[in-house]
Design a protein around this ligand. Structure first.
Ligand code: PGA
Length: 249
């Protein structure tokens, strides 16, 4: 069975105390949620305190990144092993902000995904085209290449642990969202690409939509058969909005 997932990507927002307050509200307000898995992805500095607050709840803990090396002299990096040890169960890998601002290539992303998997962490792998690629009608080939270069090189036995987030770059933080038809069209395409490589297992892959998802548009987007939830940025910083999005299933 495919899991419905709503994941909050806090990005570089909140202090530790603000993050703890936010997650406490999310825990409180999510008690009656049943058909959706909530995940929060706070900054590294918040992982232990946020992890403490969600203990005993069904909420999953994610990082927003992990190192592309296992350990050693890599100043400023945080390894997948350290994250797993701190209670992290998911890691957002390949967010468009990492690809664009930190020049993360498919080669680097594959190393990160393999290390996450080796440490029992489920990757939330982000893909998506920019505005120019969408306008030139190249979005299908762009996401296919992003998948082929990384996910096709993952061990078949690990494939089931992978979550995909389709996030058109032109919709992230811009207030513009893909229409539900655009989302369904490309999500179905992504699933087909995965089905051709991994067979029926891809029926169970959760494919999330991300990009200006909010309470007012989540229901329409989540109603599409190949949209299994959302990766939420801005709206995940407000507990009421985040829960309202999760209640859109
Ligand atoms: P947004 O961000 O919801 O603020 O557009 C989504 C994301 O980048 O994951």
């Amino acid at each position: 069975m495919r899991m419905n997932i709503v994941a909050g990507n806090w990005k570089m927002n909140t202090t530790v105390s603000e993050g703890v307050k936010l997650v406490s509200e999310i825990v409180e307000k999510s008690k009656d949620l049943s058909n959706v898995k909530l995940i929060v992805a706070p900054p590294f500095t918040h992982i232990l305190s946020v992890g403490e607050k969600i203990k005993g709840s069904e909420i999953g803990l994610s990082s927003q990144n992990c190192a592309d090396e296992a350990q050693g002299a890599y100043t400023g990096e945080v390894s997948a092993k350290m994250l797993a040890d701190a209670g992290v169960e998911y890691a957002i890998i390949g967010h468009s902000e990492r690809r664009e601002y930190y020049k993360e290539s498919s080669e680097v992303l594959l190393k990160k995904i393999k290390l996450a998997l080796a440490n029992g962490i489920s990757p939330i792998f982000c893909i998506g085209e920019n505005l120019d690629e969408r306008e030139k009608n190249r979005h299908f080939e762009v996401v296919k290449k992003q998948i082929e270069e990384v996910i096709f090189n993952v061990d078949e036995n690990d494939f089931e642990k992978i979550i995909i987030a389709y996030e058109p770059v032109w919709a992230i933080g811009t207030g513009k969202t893909a229409t539900s038809e655009q989302a369904q069209e490309i999500h179905a395409y992504i699933r087909n690409v995965l089905l051709e490589k991994f067979g029926k297992k891809a029926e169970n892959t959760s494919i999330l939509y991300g990009g200006s998802c909010k309470p007012s548009n989540a229901k329409e987007i989540f109603s599409q058969s190949d949209v299994d939830g959302g990766l939420i940025g801005g709206a995940s910083l407000n507990a009421d909005d985040f829960i309202a999005i999760a209640k859109s299933f």
